[in-house]
Ligand binder design. Structure first.
Ligand SMILES: [Zn+2]
Length: 454
């Protein structure tokens, strides 16, 4: 990393490790892409007298947020009309929204879908993103196109291509190769990593699952796949294989401590036990689950079982605090019980488990925490509490007080990406203007695709 060492002073440091810790009049020293020291401003001023300084002006100094499951490719769905009668359930949402849209993306649309999400991520202080991509008509090299955008932004990302049988055998094979190629290519880039994407059990044959597992052999990779987001995934799996989804994936060697399964809304207790036994990561996306009306995962039960449940956004805004708030509220409403989903459970997912998951992909630079040796991924939050703020009540200040617009500066890998709300690596206006130019063509192709399934 060629970035200059940077000493951030004059703020209140939130480390999150080992528990939420607040350092008043704190400072953080960043060098070589890592957090080198965390302490009081007096200590670090004395230790690094010549360092370039960034004055936090009383703001909170926090680690950048991690998003455990997202889809850049869905960016152009915003404001898009879905022709025909409104989808009545999640399978119809897939058939009439996401699948016709992923087919409508060309290479430039892939690039700009990613760029608009990355602008959003920088502005919302989300510095590590785990993406799950599909663009069957711009498949080969699509992960490089996204990786280019990520590098331009200066953020940290884990990319994969979702293998599916939806577009025939040749496309499935090409998507397997895209994963393998990118997993190897990403090894040369400190801010990028690859994993092996699979869409979901319900669009994967026994042959394609086996071929994916074979192709992944020896790469040291796990998989990233949707699991039991809707009950149809379970019924389909039982019909195909006589097994429930998690059992089926386990039989193919898809699970394990490097694998991510998103949603798990409809798994049963045995499936939860298998996820626990295999050390598989689960991601929870409450905004998406509510929007798709698929139900609510037993997140507290899974956490209690020892499953590392993380927090993603499934392509919703990269404002992770909005996802925190939704998780906090949804489980209370679902159970009609204000004691459900304690704020500390949200912290367990969004901070500790997300950081640990990011550490699987970036073992040399632990993202998501603010401790010596962690990645130099830091945000400044212009939050001035009107009630006492302590380490113990910080989660509730975030849940009830934080707004995404309070992120004023974003640093990733030691590089300043936004300072005082001004983006330094991405030209937001130019990206938005070009996106608005190309989206009408994407929407026209989408509409033509939808007509074929209506
Ligand atoms: Zn998803």
């Amino acid at each position: 990393m060629a970035e200059q060492p940077l000493l951030i002073t004059g703020g209140r440091v939130v480390t999150w490790e080992p528990e939420a810790e607040l350092i008043d009049d704190g400072a953080v020293y960043l060098a070589d892409g890592q957090v080198v020291a965390v302490g009081t401003a007096a200590e670090l001023d004395a230790a690094y007298p010549d360092a370039e300084r960034l004055d936090a002006r009383g703001q909170l100094i926090m680690p950048g947020n991690v998003c455990a499951h997202t889809h850049f490719y869905g960016a152009f769905a915003r404001g898009m009309a879905i022709p025909g009668p409104a989808p009545k359930d999640f399978p119809e949402i897939l058939e009439r929204l996401w699948w016709p849209l992923d087919q409508a993306l060309d290479e430039e649309a892939v690039r700009y879908s990613a760029l608009v999400c990355l602008v959003d991520a920088v502005k919302h202080g989300t510095t590590t993103l785990i993406d799950h991509h599909a663009s069957p008509n711009a498949l080969e090299g699509s992960l490089d196109v996204i990786a280019d955008a990520v590098q331009q932004a200066g953020l940290r990302a884990v990319l994969c291509y979702e293998v599916t049988d939806r577009y025939g055998e040749a496309s499935a094979q090409a998507s397997i190769e895209e994963n393998v190629r990118f997993i190897k290519a990403a090894r040369d880039y400190p801010m990028l990593a690859g994993t092996f994407g699979l869409h979901a059990s319900l669009t994967l044959s026994e042959e394609t699952l086996a071929a994916s597992a074979d192709a992944a052999e020896g790469l040291g990779t796990g998989f990233h796949v949707h699991v039991a987001e809707h009950e149809s995934d379970e019924y389909d799996s039982l019909a195909r294989s006589g097994k429930r989804v998690v059992d089926r994936l386990q039989a193919h060697g898809i699970l394990g401590p490097r694998s991510i399964v998103a949603h798990t809304v409809h798994i049963d207790m045995r499936e939860a036990a298998i996820l626990r036994e295999t050390g598989t990561w689960v991601t929870h996306q409450p905004r998406s689950n509510m929007n798709n009306a698929v139900g609510v995962a037993d997140v507290e039960g899974m956490l209690r079982l020892g499953i590392p449940v993380c927090l993603g956004n499934d392509g919703f805004s990269n404002n992770m605090w909005a996802e925190w708030k939704t998780a906090y509220l949804l489980h209370k409403a679902w159970h009609r019980n204000p004691r459900r989903m304690n704020g500390m459970d949200v912290v367990q997912m969004a901070i500790h488990n997300n950081a640990a998951l990011a550490g699987v992909f970036f073992p040399d630079a632990q993202p998501g925490l603010l401790v010596p040796g962690a990645a130099a991924d830091v945000i400044l939050v212009d939050y001035h509490p009107t009630t006492p703020l302590t380490a113990g009540n910080l989660p509730w200040h975030i849940l009830f007080g934080f707004e995404s617009s309070m992120v004023t500066s974003t640093i990733a890998g030691g590089k300043l990406l936004m300072h005082d709300r001004e983006l330094l690596t991405l030209d937001e206006a130019a990206i938005a203007a070009r996106a608005r130019e190309i989206v009408p063509e994407v929407w026209a192709r989408y509409e033509a695709n939808v007509q074929q399934v209506l």
